[in-house]
Design a protein around this ligand. Structure first.
Ligand code: SF4
Length: 262
């Protein structure tokens, strides 16, 4: 599959729901109006669409949301898509998740052919975590991460850098992720239009500043390691750290919200 600019398209990200069990302050309003279910593709339709893309050359498929694991019977879709891993038509089936349901699903995901997960996590402070997500529990996510690790899934942590919220924790997050054997990608907050609450621009923390601060503690060596997304990686003594700015097109499209739209 070739786009109008001559680029080969081999990586597809599919949002399977706009719903989420969290309400991160930079992503959603507290009271959300979600799409009517009748406007969503059914799981069977999603399978047909994804399979059509795979027939046309997609080799890597990521399911996102909202939170993909809160969609009812979502494992039916993972199981169906797993058949493309078995036949070798698909190289990678993966997902981006807030981790709240991972303890329940990690083993089943692995059995469906998933080998890597991106997990969104902005703070290791339980109170701050709940403040950012409005309704999330850090212990539940850490339990999910432990389950993913035990199931043999490689984990990449996505952290949104937020001025005045978690900027003092980024150093510790790099150390923690390295200790756990997780990659860590720090993402600039993106403006999402009117989603209530604080002004996103007040929380904006440029990646250049994040990197300069990290360099006070870590020696960062740029690498050409890539995971298919737009992040650029460096290694720190603690592990692998990456940074990425949000895509402009995603910032413009509020319907395309989701776990770091990743
Ligand atoms: S950022 Fe992710 S976890 Fe947070 S509300 Fe949005 S979709 Fe849910």
């Amino acid at each position: 599959m070739i786009d109008p600019f001559g680029r080969t398209i081999s990586y597809l990200r599919v949002s399977v729901t706009d719903r989420c069990d969290f309400r991160c302050v930079y992503c959603m309003a507290e009271e959300m109006e979600f799409l009517p279910k009748s406007e969503l593709l059914t799981l069977e339709e999603l399978d047909r669409v994804c399979s059509a893309f795979i027939r046309h050359g997609v080799r890597k498929l990521r399911l996102t949301g909202g939170e993909p694991l809160v969609r009812r019977d979502i494992m039916t879709l993972f199981r169906a898509l797993g058949r493309h891993i078995k036949t070798g038509a698909l190289d990678e089936l993966t997902l981006t998740t807030n981790g709240s349901q991972l303890a329940k699903y990690a083993v089943e995901l692995r059995d469906c052919g998933v080998r890597r997960v991106n997990v969104s996590l902005d703070s290791l402070d339980p109170a701050k975590f709940t403040e950012i997500t409005r309704r999330g529990r850090l212990d539940q996510v850490l339990e999910g991460l432990a389950a993913a690790k035990a199931a043999g899934l490689a984990v990449k942590i996505n952290t949104v850098a937020l001025r005045g919220v978690n900027e003092d924790e980024l150093d510790d997050l790099v150390a923690w992720a390295g200790g756990e054997g997780f990659d860590l990608v720090i993402i600039e907050v993106m403006p999402m239009g009117d989603i209530g609450g604080e002004n996103r621009l007040d929380q904006y923390l440029p990646l250049s500043l994040v990197r300069a601060r990290l360099q006070r503690r870590w020696t960062l060596d740029d690498t050409d390691y890539r995971t298919g997304g737009p992040a650029r990686y460096a290694t720190a003594a603690a592990g692998r750290y990456g940074g990425r700015a949000p895509c402009t097109s995603e910032s413009r499209n509020q319907r395309n919200r989701g776990c770091r739209s990743r």
